[in-house]
Design a protein around this ligand. Structure first.
Ligand code: ZN
Length: 364
């Protein structure tokens, strides 16, 4: 059972090319489990009904449909496929095999990238991870950068953001080379591979939402492994930038979530604000436009009872005094929320990490 039945992805066969097909979507009437609460109605159906659905003739290139039409509780999309079979989805899909293929392609393209695994999931699936560093600097002489997406399985756009980050990092630019030479970077395009593989939403998963599992005893293998590696960076005094990538509510723009400054000490607050400023300056200028709020949303004790176990909060509270740890929510219900748009967010985020770290004192 999907605690957050809000995304969908299927294939339509037997189409006469050129014919118009109609997809009618209605919210689920099922009740769903929620940790520590009685079964309840799922999220509002608006979470599952983007203004434009996504489709592909080949499973590779993803395009938006025309705007759907709302009719009572129905959302109706029409499209005219050019092939006998078409994939239709809530947003551009990004599956565990996409992640595995991507990290492998990057490692074949660049001598500085290594395709590896964060761990095996509880469902015994590989959790692909990309490890990037260039040159002779020792680990101690490198900034530590951790990028993870998809603690919530339905948020497929966040994996495309992670991919855009990695593509920029392994590109030909001088800034990318600087980052590879001065940092050690870990990128996990999909944390919750099991719920992604089975098509579950992942949010409010039972017994624990991945992004509320950063406790002393995590339930999920990915969190155990990520927490162990991040703790290693903290022990080495180089947990410099931690980025947790998500997609927000249907009406939200792109924005950062940060931990309330009352819960933090300097220099963490000022450094984090500086990083957010640099990232906003870039992402808000992406063309075509990706709407972004320059006001981060603040989380803390009032946000959720398990606020201490949210990954970016956990890293802020357990990190080094200079750790920058934030969550980036990238808009998904927008005409430019496409693979291109998401990857542009990722590349600009990576450029912001480079710019931010270049302002920091070099590691001795
Ligand atoms: Zn999320």
């Amino acid at each position: 059972m999907a605690p957050a039945p809000c995304w969908w992805y299927f294939r339509v066969n037997g189409i006469t090319p050129g014919e118009t097909i109609t997809i009618r979507l209605r919210g689920s009437t099922a009740t769903v489990p929620k940790p520590g609460a009685p079964p309840q109605k799922p999220l509002a159906s608006s979470w599952a009904m983007p203004a434009q659905a996504t489709f592909s003739n080949d499973g590779q290139t993803w395009l938006h449909t025309e705007k759907g039409k709302r009719q009572d509780e129905w959302m109706i999309y029409t499209l005219k496929p050019e092939s006998a079979s078409v994939f239709v989805a809530w947003g551009p899909p990004y599956t565990p095999s996409t992640a595995a293929k991507f990290v492998r392609a990057m490692s074949e393209k660049s001598p500085h990238a290594k395709a590896t695994e964060l761990c095996r999931s509880r469902g015994d699936r590989a959790v692909p991870m990309l490890h990037v560093q260039e040159g002779e600097r020792t680990k101690e002489q490198r900034f530590g950068v951790w990028v993870q997406a998809r603690q919530h399985a339905w948020e497929s756009g966040s994996s495309w953001v992670a991919q855009g980050f990695a593509e920029w990092l392994l590109g030909d630019g001088a800034d990318a080379a600087w980052l590879r030479q001065h940092a050690e970077i870990f990128i996990v395009p999909i944390m919750d591979v099991d719920n992604t593989a089975t098509g579950n939403g992942g949010k409010d998963a039972v017994p624990q939402d991945h992004n509320r599992d950063w406790s002393a005893q995590p339930h999920w293998n990915e969190i155990i492994a990520a927490q162990r590696m991040v703790s290693g960076l903290i022990e080495e005094g180089r947990m410099d930038v931690f980025l947790d990538l998500h997609n927000p509510s249907p009406d939200d723009p792109t924005f950062f979530y940060v931990l309330s400054p009352e819960l933090l000490k300097e220099p963490m607050i000022g450094l984090r604000d500086r990083f957010v400023e640099l990232a906003y300056a870039r992402i808000s200028k992406i063309k075509p436009l990706i709407p972004m709020s320059n006001k981060p949303k603040v989380t803390g004790a009032n946000y959720h009872p398990l606020w201490r176990q949210i990954s970016a909060n956990w890293v802020s509270m357990n990190g080094n005094p200079h750790t920058v740890s934030v969550c980036l929510e990238t808009i998904w219900n927008y005409p430019n929320s496409t693979t291109e748009g998401y990857r542009a967010v990722g590349s600009n985020l990576a450029a912001a990490v480079r710019e931010y770290l270049a302002e920091r004192p070099a590691k001795p």
